[in-house]
Design a protein around this ligand. Structure first.
Ligand code: HEM
Length: 796
C-alpha cells in the first residue's frame, strides 16, 4: 500500500494524543511530536481498513502459495517507535534502532573480547584494586559479607557448569566454510547451492554419543557429525553421524536406546562403552538394530581422527527447486585425506594415554594449517525410484546403495579456524534437525520426526530458556525479525509496541514473507487410503531387518570382517547374562552364518542357538548383494600422508644429519614427525648435528603414532634398547600394522622386540622397510595399515 497522505489532522486524533495523566500535553502539531505521532499512526492504520490477505489463507492451493504480508509505509519513523524519547542519546543507549536491523545477529566480532592492556573489573565494570585478598575485619579477622567482589566472583564460578547434552555430550568443534562446485538450482533453491564457488560459513561439531562430557575420545561408538551452515537465508543444520544408518526406526524408541547404552543406572558403569548387559539386552530384542551393529562393531566405531571419517545425514531428506518440485536426497561427507580407523587394542591404549586424542588431533591439524576437508556428495532420487527399491527410504536402518544411486559430489567443506573459547562456542552451540532453509525439506521418516521436536526441547533446559538462538554461536547471519518476545536472558531490544501479526500499528511489519521468499513445506504425499487413518505401526518393508546387515558384512574385506567378529566377541564377552549372548548370536545367524559362528566360538559357545525368528520371512530380493563402497579400504583418500603423526626414535649416538633429513622429508609431505627419545631434550648425536627430542618414550607411547622410524647411528640402538619402552613401542607399531622404517643401525632393535621382518605367510612385510629409502617408507605410510601382518590372537 502507498505511503500515508498528508491529510489535515483530525481533532479526535489530536485529542487522543493528549490522553496523558502526568506529562504536559501540547496541541500544536507543528512542534508537538506526540500529536504528530498520533496523526501519523492514524494515517497508517487507516491505510489498512481490513486484512486483504484473509481470503487467501484458505484452501489447499492457497496453502502452497502463501502471499506476502500487507505493509504500509509510515510517514516517518514516529508511529512505529516505542517511545518519543528515543531521540535522547547517551553513551549507553546509543541512537535509535537502525531501520530494519537486528544487531543480535552478524559476525562474531560483535562479542569477541580481548583484554590486552586492560585492568581487571567486576561484571559491573568496576576496576578491582586487589584480586588476591578477600575483605576482612582486620588482617586475621573474619571475612565480611559486604565483600561484593568476592561474592560476585564465587557466585559466577559456582554457576559455570551447565547440564551436558543428554547424548553426544563429549565433542569438539571448528569453524570453516562450505564451497559449492556448481549451481544445483535444477533440484534445490537452497542458498548454499545457488552458484559455483559460493561459500557459506559453517561451524562443525564432532562427538561421541554414549560417554559423559569428560569421557575418552576413542571409545567404540557412533560419532556425531553436526554441521551448522550460516546461509544467507537462515541457519541450516545437517546433524548427522559417521555411519549412514541408525539403531532404531521410530523416535518412540530413542529414549529406550539411550537408557540401554548409557552407563547402567545402578552403578553408573561403564563409562563411554556399549559392552554391557543393558545395551545388548535391548539390541538383541530389536533385530532392526542388526545393520547398525555391523557398522558400530566395524572399524568405523573407532575412527583414527575426526578428519578421516565420513559423515552422513542418515535420513532421507528432500530438496525443492524454485518451481516447487522435490526430489529425495541423502547427504554424504567424504574426507579428502581418506577414511581411516584405529585398531581396537590401539584405541584402548590411547584412551589411557591421551583421552583427548581426537580433540587434540582436530585442534592441532587446524593450528598447523593442515585443514581437514570433506567433499559433500548427494544421492538424489525421485519418489518413483524410491517406490521401486526393495527397502523403504523412510527407514533409517537402511542405506541406498551407491550402486543404485551414485553419490554426486557437489561441494567441499574446509575447517580452518579453531574456536576462541570452548564453552562459548563448542558447548553452547545448539544444532537441530528442524533448522532447514527454503530449498530443503524433510521426508516422513518417523525417526526424523522425533528429532525435529527433540533438539530445541532439550536445549531449552541445557541452555537455560528459549532465547538460546541469540547466543552468538547460534545466531544466524541472515536477518531475524519476528514477534517472539521476552523469556530468560533476552538480548534483543525491540523498538515499537507491535509484537503480533497482522498489525497496522507497525505498518504491517514484520510481514509474512510469502511463498516467493519464505519457507514452504512440500505437501506431504499420502498415497494409500489405509494410511489416512491414525495408526501406530510401521511400513511393511521396515520388517526386513537383515538384508542390509548381510550386505554390509559381505562387502567388507576379510580383515574388516575379522575385526567385526572380534568386536562382537569383545562386547558380548562383557555381557554377564548368557541368555543375552545367545540371543545376539541367534540374531546374527540371520545376517551371516560365518559371523555368528566366529562370535559363538569366541564366546566359548559349544552349540549355536537356533536362528532368531524373522519378522519378515521372505524379504524382497535386494538389488545389490555386495557394495565395495562400504569397505573402509576402498576409501584411502588422496594418497597423501598429510596429518600423519610419525615417531622418529632418537637417543645418544644417533646420526643427527640422517635424523634431520628424514624429519625434513616427512615434514615436506605434510606429516607431523616428532623426535621421541628416552627423555625430552637434546641427545648426543654421532656427527654433532643438534637434535632435540620433543617427546619421550614415556609421555608419547608408540600407539599414539601412525608410523615409526628407527634411527641410524653408532650406538643408538644400544642406547634405545636400554629402555624397555622402546621395545613396547616397536611391538605396538608392529601389532597395529603400521609402517616401520628400520635404518641400518637399528635392525637389531627389531630383533630384540621379537618382530620379524616377514609376514606370517613368509613373504617380506611391505610395511617394514629396511634401509634408508624414505620415499618407499612414505608410500608405506600412505597405505595407513598393513593388515596382511595381522593375526588373531597377535603373534608379538
Ligand atoms: C529420535 C531419535 C533421536 C533423538 C530424539 C535425538 C535427540 C538428541 C538430543 C536431545 C541431543 C542433544 C542435543 C543438545 O543438547 O544440544 C542430540 C544430539 C545429537 N544427535 Fe540426536 N537424536 C536422535 C537420533 C539421532 C540420529 C539418527 C542422529 C544422526 C543422524 C543424531 C545425531 C545427533 C548429533 C550429531 C548430536 C550432537 C549435536 C551436537 O554436536 O551438539 N541423533 N540428539
Amino acid at each position: 500500500m502507498s505511503k500515508s497522505k498528508n491529510t489535515p489532522p483530525r481533532s479526535d486524533v489530536q485529542a487522543a494524543a493528549r490522553q496523558t495523566d502526568s506529562g504536559p500535553s501540547e496541541v500544536n502539531t507543528a512542534v508537538d511530536t506526540a500529536s504528530q505521532q498520533a496523526v501519523q499512526t492514524q494515517d497508517m492504520v487507516a491505510e489498512m481498513p481490513f486484512n486483504p490477505n484473509k481470503a487467501g489463507e484458505h484452501g489447499f492451493d492457497n496453502g502452497l502459495q502463501p502471499q506476502p504480508g500487507v505493509t504500509v509505509e509510515p510517514a516517518s519513523r514516529l508511529p512505529t517507535g516505542s517511545t518519543l524519547s528515543e531521540e535522547n542519546v547517551t553513551a549507553k543507549t546509543g541512537t535509535q534502532a537502525a531501520e530494519g536491523v537486528n544487531w543480535t545477529i552478524e559476525a562474531l566480532d560483535r562479542v569477541r573480547v580481548d583484554s590486552s592492556g586492560q585492568a581487571l573489573t567486576t561484571n559491573q565494570g568496576v576496576p578491582i584494586a586487589d584480586n588476591q585478598n578477600s575483605l576482612k575485619y582486620g588482617v586475621r579477622g573474619p571475612v565480611l559479607l559486604e565483600d561484593f567482589i568476592l561474592r560476585e566472583k564465587l557466585t559466577h564460578f559456582d554457576h559455570e557448569r551447565i547440564p551436558e547434552r543428554i547424548v553426544h555430550a563429549r565433542g569438539s568443534a571448528a569453524h570453516g566454510y562450505f564451497e559449492c562446485y556448481e549451481p544445483l538450482t535444477d533440484i534445490t533453491k537452497a542458498a548454499p547451492f545457488k552458484e559455483a564457488g559460493k561459500t557459506t560459513p559453517v561451524f562443525v561439531r564432532f562427538s561421541t554419543v554414549q560417554g559423559e562430557r569428560g569421557s575418552k575420545d576413542t571409545a567404540r561408538d557412533v560419532r556425531g557429525f553436526a554441521v551448522k551452515f550460516y546461509t544467507d537465508e537462515g541457519n541450516w543444520d545437517l546433524v548427522g553421524n559417521n555411519m549412514p544408518v541408525f539403531f532404531i526406526q521410530d523416535a518412540m524408541k530413542f529414549p529406550d536406546l539411550v537408557h540401554a547404552v548409557k552407563p547402567e543406572p545402578h552403578h553408573g558403569m561403564p563409562q563411554a562403552g556399549s559392552a554391557h548387559d543393558t545395551f545388548w539386552d535391548f539390541v538383541s530384542l530389536m533385530p532392526e538394530s542388526t545393520h547398525m551393529l555391523m557398522w558400530a562393531m566395524s572399524d568405523r566405531g573407532i575412527p583414527r581422527s575426526y578428519a578421516t571419517m565420513q559423515g552422513f545425514g542418515v535420513h532421507t531428506f528432500r530438496m525443492v527447486n524454485d518451481a516447487g518440485e522435490s526430489v529425495f536426497v541423502k547427504f554424504h561427507w567424504n574426507p579428502i585425506y581418506g577414511t581411516h580407523s584405529l585398531v581396537w587394542e590401539e584405541a584402548v591404549k590411547i584412551s589411557g594415554a591421551d583421552p583427548d586424542f581426537h580433540r587434540r588431533d582436530l585442534w592441532e591439524r587446524i593450528e598447523a594449517g593442515a585443514y581437514p576437508e570433506w567433499e559433500l556428495g548427494l544421492q538424489v532420487f525421485t519418489e518413483e525410484q524410491a517406490d521401486q527399491f526393495s527397502f523403504d527410504i523412510l527407514d533409517a536402518t537402511k542405506i541406498v546403495p551407491e550402486e543404485l544411486v551414485p553419490v554426486r559430489p557437489v561441494g567441499r567443506m574446509v575447517l580452518n579456524r579453531n574456536p576462541d573459547n570452548f564453552f562459548a562456542e563448542t558447548e553452547q552451540v545448539a544444532f537441530c534437525t528442524a533448522h532447514i532453509v527454503p530449498g530443503l525439506d524433510f521426508s516422513n521418516d518417523p525417526l526424523l520426526a522425533g528429532r525435529i521436536h527433540s533438539y530445541v526441547d532439550t536445549q531449552i533446559t541445557r541452555l537455560g530458556g528459549p532465547n538460546f538462538h541469540e547466543i552468538p554461536i547460534n545466531s544466524p547471519l541472515a536477518p531475524v525479525h519476528n514477534n517472539q518476545r521476552d523469556g530468560m536472558h533476552r538480548q534483543a531490544i525491540h523498538r515499537g509496541r507491535v509484537s503480533y501479526e497482522p498489525n497496522s500499528l507497525g505498518g504491517g511489519c514484520p510481514f509474512q514473507a510469502g511463498a516467493a521468499q519464505g519457507f514452504v513445506s512440500v505437501p506431504a504425499r499420502i498415497q494409500a487410503k489405509e494410511e489416512q487413518g491414525k495408526v501406530r505401526a510401521k511400513p511393511e518393508k521396515f520388517a526386513d531387518h537383515y538384508t542390509q546387515a548381510t550386505l554390509f558384512f559381505e562387502s567388507q574385506s576379510p580383515v574388516e570382517q575379522a575385526h567385526i567378529a572380534a568386536a562382537f566377541r569383545f562386547e558380548l564377552s562383557k555381557v554377564t547374562v548368557p541368555g543375552i549372548r545367545e540371543r545376539m548370536v541367534s540374531s546374527l545367524r540371520n545376517a551371516s552364518e560365518s559371523l555368528a559362528q566366529q562370535v559363538a566360538q569366541g564366546l566359548g559357545m559349544a552349540v549355536l542357538p537356533d536362528p532368531m525368528p524373522r519378522a519378515l520371512e521372505n524379504p524382497t530380493a535386494p538389488e545389490v548383494t555386495r557394495s565395495p563402497a562400504l569397505s573402509l579400504l576402498s576409501r584411502p583418500g588422496d594418497g597423501s600422508i598429510k596429518g600423519r603423526k610419525i615417531a622418529l626414535l632418537v637417543a645418544d649416538g644417533v646420526d643427527g644429519q640422517s635424523a634431520m633429513d628424514v624429519h625434513a622429508a616427512l615434514f615436506a609431505e605434510g606429516a607431523v614427525p616428532r623426535f621421541v627419545g628416552p627423555r625430552i631434550g637434546p641427545v648426543k648425536t654421532s656427527d654433532g648435528v643438534a637434535v632435540d627430542a620433543d617427546a619421550s618414550l614415556e609421555n608419547e607411547p608408540g600407539f599414539l603414532f601412525d608410523a615409526l622410524v628407527l634411527p641410524d647411528g653408532a650406538g643408538v640402538a644400544e642406547a634405545l634398547a636400554k629402555d624397555a619402552h622402546t621395545l613396547d613401542f616397536i611391538r605396538d607399531q608392529h601389532r597395529h600394522c603400521k609402517a616401520i622404517l628400520v635404518m641400518p643401525a637399528s635392525a637389531k632393535l627389531l630383533e630384540s622386540a621379537g618382530v620379524a621382518p616377514e609376514l606370517p605367510s613368509g613373504e617380506a612385510d611391505p610395511g617394514i622397510l629396511q634401509g634408508t629409502n624414505v620415499d618407499a617408507f612414505i608410500e608405506a605410510v600412505a597405505r595407513h595399515r598393513h593388515f596382511e601382518r595381522e593375526t588373531d590372537p597377535p603373534s608379538v
